[in-house]
Write a protein that binds this ligand. Sequence first.
Ligand SMILES: [Fe+2]
Ligand SMILES: [Fe+2]
Length: 175
Amino acid sequence: MNSKMKSICEYDAPYPEIRVERKNPNYARMLSLAYAGPDSELTTILSYLYGNKVCTGKMPASLSDMLKYIAKVEMRHLDMLGELIMLLGGDPRFASGPRCHVGINTAMLNYQTDTAMVLRNAIAGEEGAVRLYNELIRAIDDRYIREILKRIIKDEEHHIKLFREMAGTSMYNGR
Ligand SMILES: [Fe+2]
Ligand SMILES: [Fe+2]
């Protein structure tokens, strides 16, 4: 295990306690988009684990490990969202949509094998995650959930920085 890379991938700040002001199944349905929608924590985890496999042995050398460790951080996000969905009175099944009836379609995942494309998709995905969490913060009037989502955004911004730095260095080592 590359413990240095693992610690680099983790943003150094505690997570707030997982709690809600009160039950609200409508908020649970809104969170399901970030939990298991088409561009969610769940699809990100799967895309990064795929990237981890196909980037093994390719340049930049630490990209494969970075994808795995960031996938673990995304799993923490997935878990926190699932806990919130439960506390709000929702169903933490891996589905999204107005009735939480749309399961993920793994054919829609990012299956790029070119490291430059993997990095480009990762950066775009993380930026999309920040946008989605900011929209959820505006729409969800619950101070505890807002604090948790703000903390998740710190992680996603950290991931953008890490992927951008790696994309920058890959220009010099021929990927
Ligand atoms: Fe995440
Ligand atoms: Fe992320």
